[in-house]
Design a protein around this ligand. Structure first.
Ligand SMILES: [Zn+2]
Length: 340
């Protein structure tokens, strides 16, 4: 039987998870590093000496492929000893069933289930069970009370004015340090939520005191396009690699790394949610063009949307993020954000 490292070197992380090529519970020690496949799509890598603890999750949404491609590359480089690891690292491939089915989710949006009770999630099918598993795995990983970073990698449904940006849960411990790291990762912007939510990064921050962020990288695309587009995100990839290799050499600002790989010299922008708009009527209609990218600036006083016979007007400096008219009633249809 092949060991963990041989399978991952031969088939890669994504294919090993999707094809169920690794056996849950298998472990291996290579040199001074211990690998453990603790659940489907959950791999812990523990060097004998480490300086920080990091969780990197991908595929919470099954159609967000680019982060999977980037993580596959990092793991291949690590296993081939091209990059080093100074972190105790937990890799999570969150929803392999949705990726296999080529869909965002099978029954329920996984990123809406992390505020539920275990009993509630048990009634919510495949994603409910998966949310319970991931909450248990994360509670175990953070149980020694050392600080843990959680980077939940996604891709946005529509284009964005920033090619990478982070959504920070509200009530995050040490938010300042998380913002600094968002800048060090070369992200274009941060967006701080205004209230508790039900996402994986909210759960990690609010319930387990992790330094957590949801990072949006590019747009939803096919596997073929994601493999072609990965080079455009090389700056982020290199910075993430540095973060895992050595916090000491991690660049202190977004402009301090060498130039040939840097895609952005603009300072990071920080936003906060000013209003969250829920869909309350089936006739919800946006006034801005349907192709408007995330973070598009609205003109103060301009109509933003109509629903139930009422018109909502833009306040000064408001921008749109994650507009989606096709959500169920009661769900979030739009975030309005302002610079902070
Ligand atoms: Zn997503």
């Amino acid at each position: 039987m092949l060991d963990i490292v041989s399978v991952l070197k031969r088939d890669g992380w994504t294919a090993s998870v999707l094809g169920r090529l690794l056996h849950v519970g298998c472990e291996q020690t290579v040199g001074d590093t211990h690998l453990a496949y603790i659940d489907q799509g959950v791999l812990q890598i523990t060097p004998s000496r480490y300086t920080h603890s990091v969780v990197i999750s991908v595929a919470v949404h099954g159609d967000e492929i680019l982060p999977c491609v980037l993580l596959d590359r990092w793991l291949a480089e690590y296993l081939n000893q091209k990059v080093s690891l100074a972190a105790r690292l937990l890799l999570i491939f969150a929803n392999p069933d949705a990726v296999n089915a080529n869909t965002r989710f099978v029954a329920h949006n996984l990123n809406r289930l992390f505020a539920n009770s275990i009993a509630e999630n048990r009634t919510l099918g495949l994603e409910g069970e998966r949310a319970n598993t991931l909450m248990r795995v994360l509670a175990d990983f953070t149980s020694d009370n050392r600080p843990v970073w959680l980077l939940d990698l996604h891709s946005a449904i529509r284009p964005s004015l920033y090619s990478t940006f982070a959504v920070l849960p509200c009530g995050m411990p040490d938010r300042e340090s998380v913002c600094q790291h968002a800048e060090r990762l070369g992200l274009g912007a941060t967006l701080t939520s205004s209230k508790p939510s039900s996402t994986l990064s909210w759960f990690a921050a609010a319930k387990l005191a992790c330094k957590a962020m949801t990072i949006e990288i590019g747009q939803v695309m096919t596997w073929e396009d994601a493999k072609k587009s990965a080079a455009m995100y090389r700056d982020f990839f290199l910075r993430l690699t540095q973060f895992l290799a050595s916090p000491e050499t991690f660049p202190s600002t977004s402009t301090s790394t060498s130039t040939s790989t840097s895609t952005s010299t603009l300072p990071i922008a920080h936003y906060a949610v000013s209003r969250e708009i829920k869909k309350q009527h089936h006739d919800l209609m946006f006034h801005f063009p349907s192709q408007s990218p995330n973070f598009s600036l609205l003109e103060a006083g301009a109509p933003i949307l109509n629903q139930g016979g009422e018109t909502l007007l833009a306040q000064p400096q408001e921008r749109i993020v994650f507009p989606n008219v096709n959500v169920p009633l009661g769900h979030r249809a739009l975030l309005l954000v302002r610079p902070i």
